[in-house]
Design a protein around this ligand. Structure first.
Ligand code: SF4
Length: 360
């Protein structure tokens, strides 16, 4: 088994069990001469009891506990700093090697969403995004992705002294482009969806992408979750300037790929979520709303208009709220389900596009 493991699945010389999805966990236990049901028990201890101490796993034999102590660990990246917003949003800085990523908990009336990161930094350099400005550092491995949920769940779901709404939804909208870390993201999603894992239903899990077309096509054969696409422009001229990836996979290619994904998906019954950041005098005019409605005519979609969050040295300004409302009204009149996203956690820099981490 050891030879089949990737070096990123180790901590020192020990195997980190937080890197295994359900099937991999079973294969691992078979490879060390144990029964499949021991893997099921282990998943339960990790993801339902939040236990990282083999000695506390009472239904596992002493001999196996000893073996596991010698070979394995259960280790999530550490949450080293917590900031709480007045609106209930919580942002954690997570230490990964010598870098930080960010995880954000967003409580709402009927649900609570955890926004997780998939990479440290991002290679795509979207000009309106704070993460894009820090460049790319590293892909997160599975334990570093699911470890964010594991740590946050321990704080939120299992702290009886704090009245937090348990995490009901997961969005991959934090730092990074998930489809550029496809295998680790898909294995993490398998753990999130699996009954023995976090057991969250596929229509409550959303992957947000800037539109890496070949990876999106691959994803449709690998896993079914909600899709959100960062479109942010109604035509290629504007999108080329905001998102350099558009020069490689333009809007038309992307929309075809979205349709292919939707045709295979059961999670996206209401259609894809289109993310559209509102930038003053760049993409927020009446003509842009009309153009957007036209290009989305054949795509079942919900449109999220996102008031832009300023960050230092940016060339952009956020659109006037009246202009955003007018933009939304045009889309609604044309039959699109459209919402203006509420900004959450702006006082702690936890809002969309504000996640930058810091080097420790
Ligand atoms: S918007 Fe998303 S894809 Fe673009 S630079 Fe930021 S994190 Fe990367």
């Amino acid at each position: 088994m050891k030879n089949n493991l990737h070096h990123s699945q180790y901590i020192g010389t020990k195997i980190n069990l937080l890197n295994f999805n359900f099937i991999q966990m079973r294969n691992f236990f078979l490879s060390i001469g144990e029964k499949k049901f021991c893997a099921d028990q282990m998943m339960h201890w990790i993801y339902h009891e939040y236990c990282d101490d083999f000695n506390k796993m009472t239904n596992i034999s002493n001999i196996l506990r000893k073996k596991l102590n010698n070979m394995c660990v259960i280790e999530a990246p550490k949450f080293i700093e917590e900031k709480r917003s007045v609106d209930g949003t919580i942002k954690w800085q997570v230490a990964v090697n010598n870098n930080l990523v960010e995880t954000v908990y967003i409580p709402e009336k009927n649900r609570s969403t955890l926004c997780i990161s998939s990479q440290i930094g991002c290679i795509l350099e979207c000009s309106f995004c704070a993460t894009g400005q820090i460049g790319f550092k590293k892909n997160l491995n599975v334990s570093e992705i699911v470890g964010q949920i594991w740590n946050a769940s321990k704080i939120i779901n299992h702290n009886q002294f704090q009245k937090h709404r348990p995490i009901t939804n997961i969005v991959l909208m934090g730092m990074g482009e998930p489809l550029l870390n496809l295998n680790n993201v898909v294995n993490s999603l398998k753990i999130i969806l699996n009954d023995f894992g976090f057991n969250i239903s596929k229509n409550k899990v959303t992957l947000s992408t800037s539109g890496i077309v070949p990876a999106l096509d691959k994803l449709s054969n690998m896993i079914d979750v909600n899709l959100a696409v960062s479109l942010h422009a109604p035509n290629n001229i504007i999108r080329d300037k905001l998102m350099p990836i558009n020069k490689k996979y333009n809007i038309q290619n992307l929309l075809h790929s979205i349709n292919r994904y939707l045709n295979k998906s059961h999670a996206n019954r209401g259609g894809v979520t289109i993310e559209y950041v509102m930038l003053n005098n760049i993409n927020d005019e009446v003509v842009h709303a009309e153009e957007l409605a036209m290009i989305l005519k054949k795509i079942p979609s919900k449109i999220n208009l996102i008031p832009w969050n300023c960050f230092p040295n940016s060339i952009y300004k956020s659109s006037d709220p009246i202009k955003i409302k007018k933009f939304a009204a045009i889309l609604i009149k044309k039959g699109f389900f459209t919402v203006i996203r509420k900004n959450r956690g702006t006082d702690i820099n936890a809002a969309c596009g504000q996640l930058v981490g810091n080097i420790v």
